[in-house]
Design a protein around this ligand. Sequence first.
Ligand code: UFG
Length: 331
Amino acid sequence: MTILVTGGAGYIGSHMTLELLDAGEKVVVLDDLSTGFRWAVPEEVPLIVGDFGDAALLRDIFARHDVQSIIHFAAKIVVPESVADPLGYYSNNTAKARALLEAAVEAGVKRIIFSSTAAVYGDPEHNPVTEDESLKPVSPYGRSKLMVEWMLEDVSRAHDLAYVALRYFNVAGADPKGRSGQSTPKATHLIKVAVQAALGLRPGMQVFGTDYPTPDGTCLRDYIHVTDLARAHLDALRHLRGGGESLVCNCGYAHGFSVLEVIETVKRVSGVDFPVEFAGRRPGDPAAIVAANDRIRSRLGWTPRHDDLETIVRQALDWERKLAVRNESGA
Ligand code: UFG
């Protein structure tokens, strides 16, 4: 029984592939390498370079490999880009996911685990936010993902296909064994940017907004270690294989840090006092968003193992150093 990982050459997908291999699973990766890297896929895993919305290619993959489960990561994920190019996001994240589901149903795939996002909540009224909070995405990115959740709900009712949609909060950090990490050169995420500033890979960084209704005026987020997130997918797979029902779960630690706290941690762990400029708010940023995680703990038995901001930052720094050496040597 093979697991198809779409986007397996990307940041979260590559950590997932490592977790699956560590658990003794058989994996095949489908990735168009638009933001992923060939080297991020372990040699023993077949990498098919292609489009996850290509029905003929999917048919071929399903015919060649005994795929019973899909873990679907491949997507565009930059919120401001989605505001500028909504149709691109609906085409890539929504329409292609529809094609993937159609091919999966046709091939008799039984299980799918879907990368959803906290962006489906928009600016939530309550924190920590539960899965029952009203869904009011404020970006095309969030809407493009929410539509896939709805398709999954409908498809699972009509066909023999069960799903778990995992709503990720702020994913960060790197594989504790140093095998993978966030490698996208232009990544805009806070911890990546701060780590690059600490290592002198950028001149400094900006804080977007200091007048939010939070204790220090900067935004609060729930930063989850990428390996804990990958493990949540393994738990979801076990749940579905055991005949568990379809579910939607938040993935986060139920507590948050402000932008200033994160920057302070990166400075402390790296020992570098890099320049920080205070800038205006970034459009579309909710003031605070923290995951309630009771459901994933009780229904999937998920237990975080890396819930420590210093560890997340240290491993992100280690990976960024490794990446700098790799880039310098042109590998
Ligand atoms: N930030 C800065 N400076 C930077 C980068 C980020 O101040 O250089 C701030 C942002 O304004 C925000 C916080 O740091 O307040 C976190 O920003 P990120 O870009 O790291 O992450 P987001 O919270 O915007 O996005 C994450 C996911 C999205 C998801 C969203 C839902 O990456 O996929 O959470 O809230 F949609």
